[in-house]
Design a protein around this ligand. Structure first.
Ligand code: FAD
Ligand code: NAD
Length: 320
């Protein structure tokens, strides 16, 4: 039962509807964009105040309403990506018919440039060293002035374009470090295998620094680095120089979208690539495999490693 429709400036301006059944109230947002996904929406409901922020390109579309009747704590959100429609389903506290949805609160039904909104975005990043040739220094001393990051800018991403626009003197807040990797995993290590895809290379930087300087038992480090194209390979020449200088290190690049000139390895992570690459130096050598990249890459890699009889203790995956 559609009881109200609102529309503002022009056909491309987002709009919303609401409709109800005995027990549910559904708020439908028509973004007029096709690239909307669940990550683009933040819903906040407190007492009778209902707020939904939807990221639409460089703007934030806000629904902000004081609801006319009470609703329950839980609600659900679904997105129909093909038409850019978002449905937020609220559960009524009482099964009675609502005459109207509610009254508009601040900035309701408005499109605000994202740079003016002050929304907090939180994303994890992995500190790296200034170069692959830096000595490993741990713990970081308080007089160390710098922290290095290697961050890929996604032109359509939520956070990285903002980061890219920062000027010297601007501020970003940083949390204290989080993670599960322990240096003790390197104890008595003989063979270290690193499987990295794209920016999943970043945790491998300090691992490489540390392994090549601080693990006396280490015989071999092998990095298999998966990227789309040659241009995407982070720090390629440094990696090649390091492998040339330190014979314990081997580096292999695998491209999933190479040009016809590429005569190295191609494809995605696969049983064939891994079984050839992950040869232990000795039958019983103490090994560790570190893996990091897009979630499907890491998940598939872990499955393949188990198939190749690597135990849980021999695998460290970097995940969110
Ligand atoms: P997002 O808005 O998340 O989008 C990224 C890209 O994916 C864009 O091209 C976007 O269009 C596309 N996209 C978004 N959602 C979808 C979807 N549902 N379907 C298809 N495509 C979609 N990154 C680094 O560069 N360096 C690091 O050192 C680093 N360390 C990390 C450490 C950890 C523990 C984790 C979990 C991630 C790390 N990342 C790192 C990734 C980083 O946290 C961000 O995810 C990344 O920077 C993208 O953020 P964004 O907001 O700019 O892009
Ligand atoms: P990308 O899209 O350029 O892909 C790089 C390579 O990953 C591809 O060439 C391919 O070989 C592989 N790959 C991509 N999608 C795959 C799939 N569906 N199945 C199998 N293999 C696949 O990578 P990017 O844009 O640099 O993204 C890197 C990812 O690594 C991001 O998702 C980021 O969040 C993640 N990351 C995680 C951490 C962590 O500590 N957890 C650290 C850094 C980066």
């Amino acid at each position: 039962q559609v009881t109200d429709t609102l529309a503002k400036e022009g056909p491309n301006y987002p709009s919303y509807d609401w409709f109800q059944t005995d027990s549910l109230v559904t708020i439908a947002i028509y973004t007029k964009q096709k690239d909307i996904n669940l990550d683009s929406i933040i819903v906040d409901r407190q007492d009778d105040s209902f707020r939904a922020e939807t990221i639409i390109k460089d703007c934030l579309y806000l629904i902000h309403i004081g609801l006319s009747r009470e609703v329950q704590e839980d609600f659900s959100v679904r997105v129909i990506e093909s038409v850019g429609k978002i449905e937020i389903v609220l559960k009524k506290k009482e099964n009675t018919s609502w005459n109207f949805l509610g009254h508009p609160l601040e900035n309701h039904h408005s499109l605000i440039p994202r740079k003016d909104t002050g929304t907090e975005i939180v994303k994890p990043y992995t500190p790296v060293s200034g170069s692959l040739f830096s000595e490993f220094k741990e713990p970081v001393l308080p007089n160390n002035k710098y922290i290095y990051f290697l961050i890929k800018i996604y032109p359509t991403g939520l956070f990285t374009p903002e980061l890219d626009r920062l000027q010297i003197g601007d501020f970003v807040s940083m949390s204290s470090p989080e993670g599960t990797f322990k240096i003790s995993e390197f104890q008595e290590l003989e063979d270290l295998f690193l499987l990295a895809a794209g920016t999943g290379f970043t945790p491998m930087v300090k691992i490489l620094n540390y392994a090549l300087t601080d693990i006396p038992t280490l015989r071999k480090v092998k990095l298999m680095f998966f990227n789309k194209t040659e241009d995407d390979i982070i720090w390629r020449s440094q990696l090649e120089k390091l492998a040339f200088k330190d014979k314990r290190l081997d580096v292999e690049f695998v491209l999933s979208a190479p040009t016809s000139e590429w005569n190295g390895k191609q494809g995605h992570i696969s049983p064939a690539l891994l079984s050839e690459f992950l040869k232990r130096n000795l039958d019983k050598s103490r090994v560790l495999v570190c893996i990091c990249g897009p979630v499907p890459f890491t998940e598939q890699g872990i499955r393949l490693l188990h198939d190749l009889n690597f135990s849980k203790n021999e695998i460290h995956s970097f995940t969110a």
